[in-house]
Design a protein around this ligand. Structure first.
Ligand SMILES: [Zn+2]
Length: 404
């Protein structure tokens, strides 16, 4: 009967899990965040006829890549752009996580570049996140520009993203993707380096054939294509009393400006083999990075994405919307990197996925001025019938990975 059940968000009705990791075909691919509306339909993780997902295929492909040749390519690129006259030659965006710490440190100390680190801060820093950010700059030794957006607009837009999209992390993602290209324009810095390609997590595998992030993720050509918190830019101005000045920090850079100045966004993970656990060890050793002594709610891990108090809520909402919580993401990555077996991953997902985050919940609701009951009501509405069934007042996944 399951074919008859409605699927929200344009998700595939038939739920399939990858045979190797614990991801399903319900995971949406990355999408230009500034175009995210209620009725958007995005492609989701592709699983091939052998039952293997694109992210696992890429993990396989990574083993075949000639990494020495890729490093040569990197050296040639850096050679063309390296500056020794005091100007910055590259940007590393980050808020203090292990991956940006690793990227910036390699570029400066191994490849003799002059990086500027650029930070769009978390919505609400955790203590560990704040300390890791400070250590990145102070222990690691980097110049940094942090941009803090207007708090009033920030709160309103974050609230709208929850009300309309159940997406508490949207304002952070917007800044994290869009700020660096705009700083690059201002300071005339030609290169931007992010760490891992999104394809490591299941974007179409074809994206891994290039070191470049596609411009559609971080460039715009006109105001009409912009939505924030699921609301068109024009409507934010007409109905919500925000001015163009107040919402423009969330916009991507203009296509034409980026083309004219030949600014490009690269993945360092294209040139050097990227393993989250190794980035973690490296950051501990070189930039004073610290894991939290306690596990993150909704998963078993202690060092992935621990900067923002809203992060736990973010993964809770992916569990509600797609049936995939934080343990599913963490375990899949670790299975691909051979740090876990699939069996162990399944057990971790069963145990931790979808755990209701309590630690920062009240503080986050207070900050956003949302009643906790309202948030829970939004979660109720967001559960797609093809994923969820309510039995004796309890929600249950129809097709959990441990029964697949
Ligand atoms: Zn997989």
């Amino acid at each position: 009967m399951s074919e008859q059940l409605e699927a929200y968000y344009g998700l595939p009705r038939e739920i399939r899990f990858c045979k190797r990791c614990v991801m399903s075909n319900q995971r949406p691919s990355s999408y230009p965040e500034f175009k995210h509306t209620k009725d958007r339909i995005t492609p989701t993780l592709h699983i091939d006829e052998d039952g293997v997902c694109d992210a696992c295929r890429y993990a396989e492909k990574k083993e075949q890549i000639d990494w020495a040749a890729r490093e040569k390519e990197l050296e040639m690129l850096l050679e063309r752009f390296r500056r020794n006259d005091g100007r910055y030659d590259c940007i590393v965006p980050g808020s203090g996580g292990k991956d940006s710490a690793y990227a910036a440190h390699l570029l400066k100390y191994k490849y003799d570049m002059h990086p500027l680190t650029v930070t769009w801060p978390p919505i609400l820093y955790t203590d560990y996140g704040w300390q890791n950010f400070r250590n990145w700059i102070e222990v690691g030794g980097f110049d940094n520009i942090s941009f803090r957006p207007n708090g009033r607009a920030h709160k309103l837009l974050t609230r709208l993203s929850i009300e309309n999209l159940l997406h508490p992390f949207q304002t952070f993602i917007l800044g994290q993707k869009n700020l660096a290209p705009k700083i690059a324009l201002q300071y005339d810095i030609p290169l931007i380096f992010y760490g891992e390609p999104e394809a490591e997590y299941g974007n179409p595998i074809a994206e891994t054939n290039s070191s470049l992030r596609d411009k559609s993720y971080y460039a715009m050509s006109n105001l009409a294509e912009i939505s924030l918190g699921g609301v068109k830019a024009q409507e934010l101005m007409d109905r919500y009393g925000l001015s163009l000045n107040e919402i423009s920090p969330y916009f991507p850079a203009d296509y034409r400006d980026l083309e004219r100045k030949e600014i490009a966004v690269h993945y360092l993970g294209y040139y050097i083999k990227w393993t989250p656990q190794e980035a973690y060890y490296y950051a501990v050793e070189h930039t004073g990075f610290k894991a939290r002594p306690f596990r993150t709610e909704g998963t078993y891990s202690k060092y992935n994405s621990i900067d923002d108090k809203i992060d736990d809520l973010h993964y809770y909402t992916t569990f509600i919307k797609f049936g995939l919580g934080r343990a599913s993401y963490d375990a899949s990555q670790e299975i691909r990197n051979k740090h876990l077996t699939r069996e162990e991953g399944v057990a971790l997902v069963k145990r931790f996925d979808g755990e209701v985050p309590q630690r920062y919940f009240e503080e986050v609701m207070e900050y956003l001025e949302i009643e906790p009951e309202r948030f829970h009501a939004l979660c109720e509405q967001a559960r797609s019938p093809h994923l969820w069934v309510k039995e004796n007042g309890q929600w249950r996944l129809r097709h959990p990975v441990w029964e697949a």
